[in-house]
Design a protein around this ligand. Sequence first.
Ligand SMILES: N[C@@H](CCC[C@H](N)C(=O)O)C(=O)O
Length: 322
Amino acid sequence: MKIPFIKCHGSGNDFILVDEIENDFSFTEKEREELSLLLCDREEGIGSDGILFVMPSEKAEGRMRMFNSDGTEAEMCGNGLRCVARHMIEKLGKSEIAIETEKAVLPVSQVDEIFPDIDTFSVMIEPVSFDPVSLPMNVDSEKAVDVEIPPLTEKRTFTALSVPNPHIVSIVDTVDQDELSAVGRKANDLPEVFPNGVNVSYVQILERNKIFVRTYERGVGLTNACGTAMSASSLVSTILGPNDLDTPIVVVNKGGLVNCVVEKEEGRFSIQLRGNGTNVYQAVVNVDLKARIYTVSEQTFFEEENKTYEKLEAFAASEIGG
Ligand SMILES: N[C@@H](CCC[C@H](N)C(=O)O)C(=O)O
């Protein structure tokens, strides 16, 4: 089968975006899993953190399903949703639309640039819950806020929340990437505590309303950035740290930076995640799933916007002394 796609990224968290509406595709569940395993592979495939399937919706302008590189589906993907928002906003010529995701129909819009010349998209991250059942996480308490999770490490405390995919977040003095990888692997090999796995983030407070976040993603491993993790980390560092509600929190990551605004209404939290949705190139992939082979053709790069993005990347690196 011949599949046109866009290679895109949000904060360097990269995806293969497949528009099923435009191409009248309707993949089976098995095909979605196999396409993710084959095409996301960094060694043998096109290479990406996941696939974004853009599908028709009866409730919104479009629907997003996101598959991790290991073929599992996630409930939500913040960086991916910004890429889908950009794609649909440009296609429909509107600046505000809604996208259906697994747990909610979410408003997305084009907003003021967070960095010069970077087209910026805002996506709502909700529903948010601190109920361990929502992750799910097996623990004998109503919440797990700033607590030790002994099988992972005795050095750290974590806060568990779903946004609505599962996350645990630890506020640290300095992010130790090797330690994070080890803890992330352990957490995702602990079905008695996290039956569906979990995304694990370490957060460093750089200053009030500015944080650095590094994430070990369920189904992928260490990524440049994870949008839902940056949203969860902004919320946790507002509750436990110095950040403010209703104020843009600058979240620096390995692939750039985003802004998160944490809001609370009637006791319920939500987060606006604002950042880039950059297209790297578009192409067509011809896939034979049975033989597990593919070829890529008609590749066209979006050179100008990628050059512009490099400036944001360089700025973000300078913020963390890189
Ligand atoms: N990188 C994404 C989240 C992708 C899904 C995650 N790995 C999971 O399985 O929950 C984001 O930007 O939110």
